[in-house]
Design a protein around this ligand. Structure first.
Ligand code: ZN
Length: 305
């Protein structure tokens, strides 16, 4: 078992059952118990250490540890005894039935799933905002941030105008997320950042973005929706990073992304330079300026552009 090395060091008390260093075999039970005690409806998913996927599906796509073992929109529980029964042996990953979760004053749960650490903070910064401290679960690649949203908005999994800007997804309504205490197929344990920190209300700018139809959705997604070669996630991440650049940071962020792209190209992975140039122009840089920045990043890493 390993841990997301981007997660900050453990700050909790040493006898905290959810503290880092918890035995992986009791982590699913502890995670599930924490969830139901805090009002999050829980259900079991596959666990990567089982010989076969425990998912309900007929054919498994091989992404182990994520497939619901029950019909989760109905078969979730908030009952501790049921949780002990299901998770005592540590062979099921706990997951949260997002749509079944009720928050304060009739709010509903919204989970913001960042595919890399800090992805949602970057989007907030691009909107001139600071991402609030809220309940966070570290995942294999990034983190899940839990926030409350008004029920009237009827959010789904759509990104709205964040499409192409946010390196991640949102989960609301008829959806689920893997919970703390779950083991990812890579060996990373899903862990609460701070078990004492509850979800806060979703910021208005985020809700506005999610319910607005993306005007440039087609343009913004073309780099990764037309072809999906190996390494596309990496290119997509770099492009999203450049697209989300607030004014005054665009050149620096482009330079950083181009350095990573140059390293990738040197190591034989897909070369993102053309996608980065298009993204930089879309973010508001001139073609000349953007080309020069990309060129100097490639020169710096010893590659040629
Ligand atoms: Zn499966």
């Amino acid at each position: 078992m390993t841990r997301n090395t981007n997660a900050p060091a453990e700050a909790g008390a040493p006898n905290d059952p959810l503290a880092r260093g918890t035995e992986p075999s009791v982590a699913p039970l502890n995670g599930a118990l924490w969830l139901v005690r805090h009002g999050f409806p829980v259900f079991p998913c596959d666990h990567p250490e089982l010989n076969r996927c425990a998912g309900l599906h007929k054919t498994c796509d091989g992404s182990r540890g994520k497939h619901p073992a029950v019909a989760f929109t109905r078969a979730w529980t908030l009952d501790e005894a049921k949780v002990h029964e299901t998770f005592a042996r540590g062979l099921r990953n706990p997951a949260v039935a997002v749509g079944a979760c009720s928050g304060p004053n009739g709010t509903r749960l919204l989970v913001v799933d960042s595919d890399r650490p800090g992805a949602i903070e970057d989007v907030a910064a691009a909107h001139g905002q600071e991402w609030p401290a809220t309940m966070r679960v570290w995942t294999a690649k990034g983190h899940h941030d839990y926030v409350w949203a008004p029920a009237a908005l009827q959010l789904g999994n759509g990104l709205g105008t964040l499409q192409g800007q946010f390196d991640g997804d949102v989960r609301a309504g008829n959806a689920y997320v893997i919970g703390p205490g779950a083991l990812h197929a890579s060996g990373v344990l899903y862990e609460l950042d701070d078990p004492e920190r509850p979800p806060v209300m979703a910021p208005h700018w985020l809700l506005d973005a999610l319910v607005t139809r993306p005007a440039f959705a087609v343009r913004r997604t073309k780099w990764w929706d037309t072809t999906r070669p190996e390494g596309y996630d990496r290119v997509r991440g770099l492009v999203a990073f450049v697209l989300a650049s607030p004014r005054g940071t665009r050149n620096n962020r482009l330079f950083w992304a181009a350095c990573r792209a140059a390293e990738d190209a040197q190591e034989g992975r897909e070369d993102a330079r053309h996608a980065l140039l298009e993204a930089a122009i879309e973010a508001g840089l001139s073609e000349r300026e953007a080309s020069a920045t990309i060129r100097s990043a490639y020169n710096r890493t010893g590659a040629t552009a």
